[in-house]
Write a protein that binds this ligand. Structure first.
Ligand SMILES: Cc1cc2nc3c(=O)[nH]c(=O)nc-3n(C[C@H](O)[C@H](O)[C@H](O)COP(=O)(O)OP(=O)(O)OC[C@H]3O[C@@H](n4cnc5c(N)ncnc54)[C@H](O)[C@@H]3O)c2cc1C
Length: 491
């Protein structure tokens, strides 16, 4: 069976064969198993599945499932994810591409569904995601399926498999990107995979499959009918919707109101200049390529604007306004460095992956007396002596995110007020991943490990921190505007 042609080496690098099983000529459909790039646009994985369907002249089935047994599953995460699934169901109603939303009602109930949908398939395509339980889940599927399984990387502008080395600083990664990225910006981003010649009509699911794994109905998708699911009901939904529509609305608001002044104002919580896109990027409801292209369009950018003498410097790289360059540095350099680290270091959440100097200095200072000591519960319930820290923790509990500058302070204080840096690591991971609607992401790990010294350099030595950078609430209060923030999230 010949493979569909690809437009570029860049898009070839996004595709990984997970198993050695063949493409089956007698297959009845192509299955796209959507697991992290949970979107119908700007999605190279869906594009790949559609290309296979066209090449083989077969219908396309999209399976989007939500399990109940993953760590930190909660009302918060379910609601956000289901908002996206409800949109997909509505949008694909009557479409030739069939959509199968499945929400697991009890632990293990979904077992066997993937195999049941894959066994009549000619080929299965899924998403590549470098962290949380997803790499293990995809590897297990590769072993179980008797049909070819491909994982397609729709995570960022640079394919994860492209670089052949690690990057330990933003500077070195930026320098690499400045040379490598132009080629990838030319590759087809899969912006509208479902537009084009109609696919063959889907024949319908076997009755036995529908009976055993009933597709999610409106009660689950739209009406919040997850009270009986075995998930954490103490973490309530965030006060904003998930899904593409909400993501696009945020992006448009950011382009109109936020990006202007981003470089100067992004560190001030009261300025409301940041995009608020991290939850949507995490759940795959919007693609970073789409966001970057929207910024480039807004600035009337062409590849001829790219700077040629940038040598790893932030400014002058794209030839855009200072605000746009500052934003692209976050969503491209910092975001993709985190994804790449997760991809290249499977155990990127382990203490041992910290730079040697950071482990050594933190260990040397592990027995220093702490000015305050709190338990995980005290941190979680925002019961420290520090009103600013408590406000940041309350933002996390209520809104599922913390403003970036305060997220740094939040982590640094957990490091300072925990019995041992390894305890701090555990507490940060637990709180960030339980309450963060954007948690469990490669950037969760990036941020938390940055607190402990990753991607950073040594600073003057201090108690507890050693030569790892420290931060104080007093200087944060002096440096950034947060009166309104404290009013909103204060005691
Ligand atoms: C302790 C700690 C924990 C963190 N946990 C998470 C997390 O769970 N999920 C998460 O997505 N980010 C996390 N971050 C990184 C950063 O704080 C958030 O990405 C950012 O605050 C999201 O807000 P925004 O979308 O408004 O960002 P914007 O300023 O609008 O930036 C746009 C996008 O760029 C990326 N970005 C911005 N800052 C960073 C950064 N420092 N590192 C990597 N990517 C960045 C994000 O994808 C972000 O959505 C953490 C940082 C720290 C210090």
């Amino acid at each position: 069976m010949s493979e569909p042609a690809l437009d570029s080496a860049s898009n070839r690098a996004r595709i990984r064969r997970v198993n050695e099983a063949p493409v089956r000529g007698e297959g009845r459909w192509v299955l796209y198993w959507m697991t992290s790039a949970r979107r119908l646009d700007w999605n190279p994985a869906l594009q790949r599945a559609v290309t296979w369907a066209r090449q083989l002249g077969l219908p396309l089935l999209i399976l989007e499932a939500l399990r109940v047994d993953y760590r930190w599953a909660s009302d918060r995460l379910h609601r956000f994810c289901l908002d996206g699934m409800a949109e997909h169901r509505d949008r694909l109603e009557g479409n030739r591409a069939a959509y199968y939303p499945y929400v697991e009602p009890t632990v293990g109930a979904g077992k066997g569904l993937l195999e049941a949908l894959a066994s009549p398939a000619a080929v299965v395509v899924t998403d590549e995601f470098p962290s949380f339980f997803l790499p293990r889940m995809v590897a297990a599927a590769g072993r179980a399926l008797e049909v070819r399984l491909e994982a397609v990387d729709a995570n960022g502008l640079l394919p994860l498999a492209w670089p052949d080395r690690d990057f330990t600083t933003a500077y070195s990664f930026r320098r690499y990107l400045q040379k490598a990225l132009p080629e990838h910006l030319e590759a087809d981003p899969g912006a509208r995979p479902l537009v084009g010649d109609p696919l063959p009509a889907f024949p319908g699911l076997p009755a036995e499959v529908r009976r055993r794994w009933p597709p999610a109905d409106d009660a689950l998708l739209k009406d919040g009918g997850f009270a009986s699911l075995p998930i954490d009901h103490h973490v309530p939904p965030v006060p904003f919707k998930g899904g593409r529509r909400a993501a696009r609305a945020r992006l448009e608001r950011f382009l109109e109101e936020g990006i202007c002044g981003y470089a100067e104002e992004r560190n001030h919580p009261d300025a409301h200049r940041t995009s608020g896109l991290s939850p949507y990027l995490h759940w795959g409801h919007i693609s970073s390529r789409e966001v970057v292209e929207a910024v480039l369009d807004r600035e009337g950018w062409t590849p001829a604007d790219l700077g040629s003498e940038t040598h790893g410097k932030r400014h002058g790289w794209w030839g855009l306004s200072t605000d746009a360059e500052a934003f692209l540095d976050q969503i491209v350099t910092w975001r993709e460095m985190g994804y790449l680290t997760a991809w290249r270091k499977g155990d990127h959440e382990s203490w041992e992956t910290l730079p040697e100097w950071a482990r050594a200095t933190l260990t040397r200072h592990a027995d220093d007396p702490r000015p305050h000591l709190y338990t995980r519960e005290e941190f979680e319930e925002a019961r420290t002596h520090d009103p600013l820290w408590n406000a940041a923790q309350r933002e996390l509990r209520r809104r599922g995110v913390i403003h970036n500058y305060l997220r740094m302070l939040w982590g640094k204080k957990i490091l300072e007020w925990s019995p041992h840096p390894r305890d701090a690591l555990e507490i940060m991971l637990e709180l960030n991943n339980r309450w963060g609607v954007d948690g469990r992401n490669p950037n969760s790990t990036s941020g938390i490990f940055w607190v402990l010294g990753r991607y950073d350099r040594g600073w003057p030595e201090r108690p507890v921190f050693g030569t790892v950078r420290s931060m104080t609430s007093a200087s944060t209060r002096r440096k950034v505007r947060l009166d309104e923030y404290l009013e909103r999230f204060g005691d």
